[in-house]
Design a binder for this molecule. Structure first.
Ligand code: ARG
Ligand code: GLU
Length: 714
């Protein structure tokens, strides 16, 4: 009897530990709903997603293409991360009105700031369209023909499937092409900036604390959706009115405790949970280290300039943060994959897989998948490495090369599509170019250039380098380019673009900066890309069959589809973790920790005076708990990039915080999730309320919200 009980406890513990997964909201009934309830959820799958009635998903839009937001009032007010609103906040900032430094609050709706091009997208409903998308492919002979037919089916279905005139049909693939779902969406285009704390709160800890727990960042900002008089999406107009949502989240002021149920809804971008061991090994040993080294060099230079010049700091803040973000993530990921022995764990699964294939007699269909992977990944290695170097050095981190590459594409376009396309592209290019040079500093770029060209020549696979970079003297090349090239300033760049196509092509080809990027791009497109693309296509096809086999042969495994920027639900429990031997991290942080980290005047760890006063007087209003102000917390929710700004919900579906990061030791969860160490990081909703109310004094915003208390205050 006792033994049985123990076995039962062990079983329950097993299923509770077995978390992870990003699930499709319309398919939670069954296994997920049961599991969620066993973890403590009080609401039902139907409360989360319902095609016919308002449900939680109606309050969770994608924010500006790459993040998530949540609706928190009946007047279209939305909450997302500070780092998601960062570009917009930067765009509204100048050295005189620095909203990044000082924060911004609209104390009345008229003060809200418009953001050209910003969008917010809601999912109206989700439908399985797999059979329709797959129609007519079985008779086709080659993989390429099948893929073409699928693409044709997708575009004709997107046009023909029913939707309202203001909506869009989007068909997305799941399980690497084994399932297709239709998302009917609505995209709002008049989004106004409502408020954000200063960076010393919204980005407190900055890059030092990024991806790190314990964390003390108030990473939030507020926007408002405006709609036309029919409550439909419309371009910006002074006549637009605040959007009336189908659903908005009440905010809990009670918080959560360790082991409480939490769930996160949002738009995770990309994961690769079903990669074979050989691919994971390549990421750990070859690709991540290369990308990290390039970014490391670029960031060191930018940091040096940003620390001594406020104007450069504003110019480079957003770029730097973007580059630093994945630089640091890859380091954590590499370390985590090694520590968790992900390659060995994958190998173990592959052994089981191979046995299972034989057991069910599917050798003909699935028997060669793993050896195909092995062969392909060995062949693609140098090409993949050269591709990463080209992307990181030329397209991502050296600014004149990246802008020069746009001219390269322009020249290619003239050759392939002719005069008209050339002129159209030239016009778009010259329209967007002001924005580029507004944040460009040639001195910074020159120093980055020298470092990265050196690295490129030394480390990118030699057999693919252009002639001009073999045995190059990097400092000589740098001086030659930065004293002559017209790519280094807005006016010179404009001059290059003047004239008809023939003149432009002649001028750019006389520019030594352009000559370099052209040589690099030509070498890349002729020697690397064709083979890379062919091998990559093989890997994609093998991965699709491998995924199909896993679904078929291991149906009881938790097979969630990889992230693909579509709406997902992930759930788990509030939990601390043990990053290293003898070290345990608690799941909650408080304002005390902000003050422990405080370094007066430091650009990462300064604290606003007002916040220090509130801390000293313990003026926490109703948001504090036992004399302390909660700031952040962690849980076992399986999240990734794109989940930034996602609502964190309690067992009743009330908002308890917003997701903004993961812990360093667990960033490998994009490839290999482990419930022991993978944690998502959320700002506590009470900290958000405290900052809006006590720090900013924005009562107008507090009055719009619906606050609920689910437990008695002690
Ligand atoms: N790591 C988080 C994410 O992936 C936050 C990034 C922004 N913050 C920063 N310090 N760069 O987006
Ligand atoms: N900060 C990430 C984002 O921008 C979310 C953190 C993660 O990657 O888990 O989406």
């Amino acid at each position: 009897m006792k033994f049985l009980k123990l076995a039962l406890v062990l079983f329950v513990f097993q299923t509770q530990a077995q978390q992870g997964g990003m699930w499709i909201p319309s398919l939670l009934k069954g296994m997920n709903e049961t599991e969620m309830k066993s973890l403590g959820m009080k609401i039902s799958a139907k409360d989360i997603y319902d095609a016919n009635q308002s449900s939680l998903k109606d309050a969770v839009p994608q924010f500006d293409g790459g993040c998530t937001a949540e609706v928190i009032s009946d007047k279209g007010l939305i909450l997302t991360n500070h780092h998601c609103g960062f570009d917009a906040i930067q765009n509204h900032s100048t050295v005189e009105h620095d909203y990044l430094r000082d924060g911004f609050w609209a104390y009345k709706m008229e003060d809200e700031l418009t953001n050209p091009n910003m969008t917010v997208m809601f999912v109206v409903r989700i439908e399985d369209v797999t059979t329709k998308v797959m129609e007519g492919i079985t008779t086709l002979a080659t993989e390429a023909e099948k893929q073409k037919k699928i693409q044709d089916n997708i575009s004709s279905l997107s046009n023909s499937l029913p939707k309202e005139s203001w909506q869009e049909n989007k068909i997305r693939t799941f399980y690497d092409g084994n399932q297709y779902l239709l998302f009917v969406t609505e995209t709002f285009k008049d989004i106004r900036f409502v408020g954000a704390p200063p960076s010393s709160i919204g980005k407190f800890g900055s890059d030092t604390d990024n991806w790190v727990w314990p964390r003390h960042t108030g990473d939030f900002s507020l926007f408002r959706i405006y709609a036309d008089k029919n409550n439909h999406p419309a371009a910006y107009s002074a006549d637009n009115v605040p959007y009336k949502p189908k659903k908005f989240f009440p905010i809990s002021t009670s918080g959560v405790k360790e082991n409480d149920f939490t769930m996160v809804m949002g738009y995770p971008g990309r994961t690769q949970e079903y990669l074979p061991s050989v691919a994971v090994n390549q990421i750990v040993e070859t690709l991540n280290p290369a990308k990290i080294e390039v970014r490391d060099a670029a960031l060191k230079v930018q940091d040096r300039f940003m620390r001594k010049d406020q104007a450069i700091k504003i110019q480079y803040a957003s770029k730097y943060a973007g580059v630093a973000n994945y630089w640091k993530k890859w380091m954590g990921e590499t370390k985590g994959l090694k520590k968790a022995n992900a390659v060995a764990a994958k190998q173990k699964f592959e052994k089981q897989f191979q046995e299972k294939v034989i057991q069910v007699g599917k050798q003909a269909e699935y028997g060669n998948l793993l050896s195909d992977f092995e062969k392909n990944y060995a062949e693609i290695k140098d090409y993949a490495l050269a591709r990463d170097y080209f992307t990181e050095v030329a397209l991502r981190n050296t600014e004149i090369l990246s802008v020069g590459y746009k001219l390269y594409q322009l020249e290619q376009l003239l050759a392939s599509k002719g005069e008209q396309s050339f002129n159209d592209r030239k016009n778009t290019l010259s329209k967007g170019i002001d924005d580029f040079y507004k944040d460009y500093n040639a001195e910074v770029d020159k120093n980055v250039f020298e470092q990265l060209i050196q690295l490129y020549a030394a480390k990118s696979p030699k057999q693919f380098l252009p002639e001009s970079l073999l045995n190059v003297d990097a400092s000589q090349l740098t001086n030659a380019i930065f004293s002559n090239s017209k790519l280094t300033s807005l006016n010179a760049f404009r001059e290059l673009l003047e004239g008809d196509s023939k003149t432009v092509i002649e001028k750019i080809n006389n520019d030594n900066g352009y000559q370099l990027i052209k040589a690099m791009a030509n070498a890349y497109t002729s020697k690397v890309a064709p083979t890379y693309d062919a091998l990559n296509l093989k890997n994609i096809a093998t991965q699709r069959t491998y995924m199909k086999a896993i679904l078929e042969l291991f149906p009881n495994q938790r097979n969630f589809p990889d992230a693909n920027s579509t709406l997902r639900v992930t759930y788990g429990k509030v939990k601390g973790y043990e990053p290293n031997d003898a070290v345990y991290y608690e799941p909650f942080t408080t304002l005390d920790g902000v003050m422990e980290k405080y370094i007066p005047g430091d650009y990462e760890f300064d604290v606003p005076k007002k916040l220090i006063e509130l801390y000293q007087t313990k003026d926490y209003g109703t948001y504090g708990v036992n004399g302390k102000m909660p700031v952040c917390f962690i849980a076992t929710n399986h999240t990734t990039g794109g989940n930034s700004g996602s609502p964190a919900l309690d067992a009743n579906g009330n908002l308890i915080g917003l997701n903004f990061d993961r812990v360093w030791e667990g960033t490998m969860s994009d490839i290999f999730y482990s419930p022991d160490i993978c944690r998502n990081i959320m700002v506590d909703a009470r900290f958000v309320l405290f900052i809006i109310d006590k720090f900013a004094g924005a009562q107008n915003i507090i009055n719009e919200l619906k606050l609920v208390q689910t437990t008695k205050k002690k």
